[in-house]
Design a protein around this ligand. Structure first.
Ligand SMILES: C[S@@+](CC[C@H](N)C(=O)[O-])C[C@H]1O[C@@H](n2cnc3c(N)ncnc32)[C@H](O)[C@@H]1O
Length: 296
């Protein structure tokens, strides 16, 4: 277990029975889940994400979360905090932060950054291994955030609702929740094949080798609003020798704008603002959903 990392018991809240099988089933796969294990995906997450955020016009997100934290005050809880891309920036900006993530491999990446931080910054960030749909922490927060579509990794409506219920209980009265999802583009979602199989390559931050990324297959469950993609990560030397090849399955649930608003209202939040980008532009079909809500 990494330093300052805590495993959290699951709350005693009973789970409802699983939903019955629907007419469209996702393919069974033996490939490991996204982010769950150490490997090329988690090792290249930061370099890939830095590139992807710029390409998608989302690179102002960290500045946005810092602005919001200045407005609400801390402490801040990051749900699905991953490698600490946002959490460390918040700690550097002076906020106490708890980074919560299900993946030990991602938490290890976040913890690996601790030694580069000054002692006072390091002391402000704690990592916790837990499921964002079922956790119990010993403190409350002024702000909870789920950056870069982390909420979409909850692939049932039930888990989404439990996450919001649990998070509201962890917020001070009047505390804020910020969720970032993509706004579903129906033309992209209905197709079965990968819309863009070649996802390019990045340089591995440690070995300097080329890591090529491809989406091998994609299936869509229109009933449950879930898509599943099989990603391949292949590391090769400059001479073209394959060093490692790994496959992981990404599953995300898309949520429609009014579904999200109603879910927030149902779980005790008042929507204060809804943006389509981190420069606070109003809602636009097919761009982003950035929700700022207040716990009632
Ligand atoms: C796209 S990454 C976002 C990471 C980080 N928020 C960022 O902006 O760079 C999604 C993260 O959510 C985590 N995750 C997925 N399902 C989760 C769950 N049920 N509970 C907590 N974390 C989860 C993954 O391990 C991963 O680190």
């Amino acid at each position: 277990m990494p330093r300052s990392s805590t495993s959290v018991r699951r709350s005693s809240c009973p789970r409802r029975p699983p939903e019955p099988p629907g007419p469209t089933r996702l393919s069974a796969s033996t490939t490991r889940p996204f982010y769950a294990s150490p490997g090329l995906n988690t090792e290249t997450y930061d370099v890939r994400t830095a590139h992807d955020l710029v390409a998608q016009g989302l690179d102002r997100d960290v500045a946005f979360y810092i602005e919001e934290a200045k407005r609400t005050g801390g402490p801040v809880l990051e749900l699905g905090g991953g490698t600490g891309r946002v959490s460390w920036a918040l700690a550097e900006a002076g906020f106490d932060v708890v980074l919560l993530d299900l993946s030990e491999a991602m938490i290890e990446r976040a913890e690996a950054k601790r030694s580069a931080e000054p002692g006072a910054v390091s002391a402000r960030l704690r990592t916790v291994r837990a499921d964002m749909s079922d956790y119990a922490l010993d403190r409350r927060f002024q702000l909870a955030i789920a950056p870069f579509r982390a909420f979409m990794t909850l692939v049932t409506a039930e888990d989404q609702r439990r996450c919001l219920d649990t998070t509201r209980r962890h917020l001070e009265s009047g505390g804020r929740l910020i969720l970032h999802l993509f706004d579903p583009r129906l033309d992209l979602l209905v197709g079965e094949g990968p819309p863009n199989p070649d996802r390019g390559s990045v340089r591995h931050p440690v070995t300097g080798n080329d890591v090529r990324i491809a989406v091998l297959s994609r299936s869509v469950d229109l009933l449950r609003q879930v898509f599943e993609e099989r990603w391949r990560f292949a590391e090769s030397t400059a001479e073209g020798h394959l060093v490692r090849e790994e496959e992981e399955v990404l599953r995300l649930r898309w949520t429609y704008r009014y579904e999200m608003r109603h879910l927030l209202e149902l779980t005790g939040f008042e929507v204060e603002a809804e943006f389509s980008s981190f420069d606070r532009s109003p809602s636009v079909y097919g761009r982003e959903q950035i929700w700022v809500s207040r716990a009632l």
